[in-house]
Ligand binder design. Sequence first.
Ligand code: FES
Length: 195
Amino acid sequence: MPTVVVNGVSLEGKLGERLIDVARRNGAHVGFVCNGAGICQTCQCQVLSGSASLSPVNVFEQAWLSENRLNEGHRLACKTSIRGEGTIEIRTKAEDLRRQVLAVVNPPADSNPVAQLGPLVQYITRMVGDEVLRFPLNAVNAFRHVNPSDLTAVFRDVNRYLSDVSRVTKTTLNNTPARPHLTTSPQVIQIEAPK
Ligand code: FES
């Protein structure tokens, strides 16, 4: 059975399952605002290892993620499924950002809030450049591929959506580290190019 390590926690996955489903089922800290329709980017994650066991980059990921992000192993968890056995390790953008903020609010013992502010500002600046400024064009490209029924899926199963939101929120709040670990610099991983 494949193992998916999400933000440092080992979880069981199944062949064919999407990364977002493994994370949601276990209350891991991942965003899923659009419920997997491929239009919100909140499920973005970085694959740290095991990329060979994942589906190739698809049209939604090509639309939303810059070439640099793709080269660093960033994926949309709702558009990436498990294709092989072994261990896959990912870090979600939601948790990455949370840890950056926590590091400023409650810095590691050998640091201080001002020193932690630099990495956070750098992180947000990159996010603005890669995501906010490119949003209009990326959205046009992504919406061309959206399945209309995916847009309304959340209304067909509101209970599951809300219960997943509640579980992810509870788990995340319970896992707030006293002294957050700063993220390491991004690893560069080559992802198989789309056919
Ligand atoms: S959940 Fe919205 S793009 Fe993946």
